[in-house]
Write a protein that binds this ligand. Structure first.
Ligand code: 16G
Ligand code: MG
Length: 544
């Protein structure tokens, strides 16, 4: 077929280095940008097939999120704006690793297995982050789409969540919103201004927020959006990409891992600050207290703030909707305790990775999901949205209806397709404004248990097999028993280990009543991993 000839020909311009083998990881391919040209072309092909299969628009985002500038990567987006279904991640890996002469066979294999009609139309939306390699790599995606006769729309520089949003808007015929960047700003800013417009006497200080844009796409988009929201929010933007390097000593991952503020940021005592990651799908908040101590408000604190707010509104609106918070094993034990025991909300734990949390959150009327690292959003079921809308349209008592209006605007402010730093930031700012809360008061809702994360190098991290949402290991033999007896030595302690999905290491997490205990436990568990799971190099060094 002519289409296949076109694929073979165009593929010669995006040749695969022989023997190179890459995996579609937790959130797509990620590697040094120099290794990715053929991957991008082939993901253009795959997205076209996925579009023909689903008869819907598919998204391809070129980004390596919080990785260093030299890296790049690609994420595929399914019709409702969610991450691509796991079965197709397997195809992505197969297609990516087929040697040049086997490419058509790999392609035909997918077509056959999925029963794809090649005559079907295909539409692919493409976006990219600000990395210097992103321009040519996104061109490779576009080449892949056209090689299989698909139509594409190049959104150019957008955040990952913006592209997810566009795909959802397109496939819902505009019901979710207008599939343009301007449409995104309008929808979110209107909801934000409506939520905050009735809040009396907000001072300029209360409206002020310091934002660290990680020198990435989020900074660019905040600049574009600033004018739309300035009545309700005054932003001081740092790491806006004009001077510093992407993700270098800044951004959500740096702040979360290092537990300190970005290098080039000016923060006054008690001032609210937040950091985005390199593709603006993660956010964390922080402030510094009068003693100069740094306080981090991570995904767990964000989930608590949002779910508490929603639960109170549901009560005021008299709506009987089932709300749950979805976390991972990394959630601080204090947050889980607070949510279950004080807030009385359902808490679920899933494996690490947004797709797992997203999936679990879909089971509830309202599913709030956040990873501790700041990835997260809220999902509202169709029934929940309808009930809220009915109440907004009704003539019920003022209090019930006002609560429903707040809920309605909250729904519009949230990007339900995926975690979105801009949308999450605006919802947090709106809640703090409505409740008249300072960042310190938010932080004081519960106190995090001290914790420590370490990495251990082993010869093959796949020897570690986990169960119970990664909270327990089933292999290698003896490891879980060892962890259990170590945990017993400390008060309020918990520890688990899991193979990383993005790095060649085993991750160790420990928490306990004091920092000393958490550190000691993390050290001891690391040593157990090293000894029982084939550690390489020197024994893990004990933390001082
Ligand atoms: C990816 C995931 C993130 C997860 C992280 C875990 C998405 C969009 N991103 O970045 O959610 O926390 O991997 O990395 O799903 P790890 O497996 O190396 O610990
Ligand atoms: Mg990211």
């Amino acid at each position: 077929m002519a289409q296949f000839q076109e694929v073979t020909q165009k593929s010669m311009q995006h040749p695969k280095p022989k023997g190179l083998d890459l995996q579609y990881g937790t959130a797509g391919f990620r590697d040094n940008a120099q290794h990715l040209d053929h991957i991008m072309f082939r993901m253009g092909l795959l997205a076209t097939l996925r579009s023909k299969k689903t008869k819907a628009t598919i998204g391809v985002m070129v980004t390596a999120s919080h990785n260093p500038e030299e890296d790049n990567g690609v994420k595929l987006i399914d019709p409702m704006g969610e991450m691509v279904t796991p079965a197709w991640e397997v195809y992505a890996t197969q297609l990516a690793n087929a040697e040049e002469e086997d490419l058509l066979t790999a392609l035909k294999d997918i077509i056959e297995r999925e029963g794809i009609n090649l005559a079907e139309e295909a539409n692919v939306f493409v976006g990219k982050d600000t990395r210097s390699s992103s321009a040519s790599l996104s061109q490779a995606v576009l080449d892949g789409v056209s090689a299989l006769g698909g139509h594409s729309k190049d959104y150019g520089l957008v955040t990952t969540p913006q592209l997810h949003y566009m795909v959802c808007c397109q496939n819902t015929q505009g019901r979710y919103g207008e599939a343009t960047v301007e449409g995104y700003y309008n929808k979110l800013s209107q909801a934000f201004l409506q939520l905050t417009s009735d809040v009396p006497n907000r001072t300029d200080d209360q409206k002020h927020l310091v934002v660290d844009g990680a020198n990435g796409i989020g900074a660019l988009k905040i600049r574009e959006m600033e004018g739309h929201i300035k009545k309700g929010l005054q932003i001081s933007l740092f790491n806006d990409g004009t001077g510093g390097k992407l993700n270098y000593q800044c951004g959500a991952d740096f702040v979360k891992v290092q537990q300190k503020a970005p290098a080039d940021i000016k923060m006054n005592v008690g001032e609210r600050c937040c950091s985005f990651d390199g593709d603006a799908d993660r956010i964390v908040y922080y402030y510094s207290d009068t003693e100069g101590r740094f306080h981090l408000l991570d995904g767990d604190k964000i989930a608590t703030l949002i779910s508490t707010f929603l639960k109170e509104l549901l009560t005021q609106a008299g709506l009987n909707l089932k709300i749950a918070v979805v976390q991972t094993a990394y959630a601080n034990g204090s947050s889980t305790h607070y949510l279950e025991d004080t807030m009385k909300v359902i808490v679920r734990c899933t494996k690490t990775g947004v797709k797992h949390l997203h999936h679990a959150a879909q089971e509830f009327d309202i599913g709030v999901y956040f990873e501790a690292n700041g990835h997260g959003t809220v999902l509202f079921s169709k029934a929940a949205e309808e009930k809220i809308q009915q109440l907004v349209d009704s003539s019920s008592s003022d209090e019930r209806r006002s609560a429903a209006i707040l809920l309605h605007n909250t729904v519009n402010l949230i990007n339900q397709t995926v975690g979105d730093a801009i949308s999450d930031m605006l919802i947090i700012e709106a809640i703090l404004a409505i409740k008249g809360m300072t960042v310190q008061q938010w932080d004081a809702i519960y106190t995090d248990l001290p914790n420590r994360q370490l990495k251990v190098k082993v010869s093959d991290r796949r020897v570690i097999d986990t169960t119970d949402a990664e909270r327990r290991t089933v292999s290698p033999a003896g490891l879980q028993g060892a962890i259990d007896s170590l945990v017993k030595k400390y008060r309020k302690a918990r520890s688990f280990v899991r193979p990383s999905g993005t790095e060649d290491v085993v991750r160790v997490y420990a928490e306990a009543e004091t920092q000393e205990s958490a550190d000691a436990l993390a050290n001891e568990v690391s040593l157990a991993v090293y000894r029982l799971a084939g550690g390489v190099g020197d024994e893990p060094k004990l933390l001082q």
